[in-house]
Design a protein around this ligand. Structure first.
Ligand SMILES: NC(=O)c1ccc[n+]([C@@H]2O[C@H](COP(=O)([O-])OP(=O)(O)OC[C@H]3O[C@@H](n4cnc5c(N)ncnc54)[C@H](O)[C@@H]3O)[C@@H](O)[C@H]2O)c1
Length: 329
């Protein structure tokens, strides 16, 4: 039975992540239901809609956003499609949970930040779901409450068994390392001001031309150093771990946990993220925010750091992050 008070959600892009979000909304999340499904591949949209009674397929993404039976939007289309679709959500004043990345470059992400700031309400949440993972929350709390003393260093590891054929060396930064960028900002509550990417000898099993693995070094505004290994063709499984080293000791999360893929690894985080978003959207009209989690600014900051990372990958040099001050928005 459908509840007339349920949030009516359109999901755009029902590939790996979008289909997972549809299933989550249909089975796990309370207070919301999927009413509209959109994908450029019509059979994929039809097939996913077939699993959700009461949903319908809308072929055009912008019609899906504007539809009368849609209160809010989940965007799980590829990064290059996000800019126009997020702007359409803002134009329609519809809350949106946009999968990372917000957009694929800092200029368009900043434009979105500015457009949202002109409105009386915040509409955009970005899918940096690790912020909802209980272990990351525990690590952040240990840093914030001083359990580890002053945090000094952080070590991150991000490994995938494989990536799709279209994945290139810049996507290792913009699609994978971007999570470590957000985790750094979240755990240390600090901005990243410079990035260096080093190119180890590539994995012989990686597709020709793909620089994998990559080693990143982030420098934060307060002088902390964070290293991140990103290795996306291990052939083994999905593995993410993070260690914070502080004045009084160190703590590691994720050690020894190897999952089939990100969906299995971060299932709790995705569920919690979606439930928080649904709660924020349902309660938002009165609070002036339809967001409970990372927003457009976090998407912009991550895009700015990743742009510096791609530049460093190309030049081999340390690259300062070019980012406007938040107070200037
Ligand atoms: N938060 C996470 O952990 C996480 C994990 C994986 C992917 N993602 C993000 O989710 C998004 C989708 O990734 P994916 O792995 O599911 O990709 P995917 O290729 O499996 O799915 C994308 C889907 O979008 C459809 N599509 C493409 N262009 C479209 C458009 N303009 N309008 C409507 N549909 C369109 C494609 O046909 C496809 O079905 C990306 O932004 C990706 O970075 C996030």
């Amino acid at each position: 039975m459908t509840d007339p008070h349920d949030l009516r959600v359109a999901v755009l892009g029902v590939g790996i992540m979008g289909a997972d979000h549809v299933a989550r909304l249909a089975t796990t999340i309370s207070g919301a239901r999927v009413t509209v499904i959109n994908d450029v591949v019509a059979e994929r949209a039809e097939s996913v809609a077939g699993t959700v009674p009461g949903s319908r397929v809308v072929a055009d993404p912008f019609e899906a956003i504007a539809a009368d039976d849609v209160d809010a939007v989940v965007l799980a289309t590829p990064g290059p499609a996000h800019e126009k679709q997020v702007l359409a959500c803002l134009a329609a004043r519809k809350p949106v949970l946009c999968e990372k990345p917000l957009t694929t470059d800092p200029a368009t992400a900043l434009d979105i930040v500015r457009r949202e700031a002109e409105l009386d309400t915040t509409f955009i949440q970005v899918g940096f779901m690790r912020r909802f993972d209980h272990e990351y929350q525990r690590l952040r709390a240990m840093v914030a409450d001083g359990t580890l003393g002053t945090p000094l260093l952080m070590h991150c590891v991000h490994r995938n068994a494989s990536v799709p054929a279209h994945f290139d060396s810049a996507m290792v930064i913009k699609d994978s390392l971007v999570h470590e960028v957000d985790v750094t900002r979240f755990i240390l509550d600090d901005e990243i001001v410079a990035v260096t990417i080093r190119r180890p000898a590539p994995n012989p099993a990686a597709p020709p031309g793909l620089q994998d693995p990559q080693l990143a070094l982030f420098e934060t505004a307060s002088g902390k150093l964070v290293d991140a290994e990103v290795f996306v063709t291990t052939g083994v499984g999905y593995e993410v771990r993070t260690e914070v080293v502080g004045e009084l000791g160190s703590t590691t999360i994720g050690a020894g946990k190897i999952s089939a893929d990100f969906r299995a690894h971060f299932a709790q985080a995705y569920d919690t993220e979606m439930q928080h978003w649904v709660g924020a959207v349902r309660g938002g009209a009165s609070s002036g925010s339809y967001v409970d989690g990372p927003g457009a600014w976090d998407g912009y900051a991550a895009a700015a750091v990743c742009a510096a990372g791609v530049r460093s990958l190309e030049t081999g040099e340390r690259v300062a992050v070019d980012m406007v001050r938040r107070s200037s928005i």
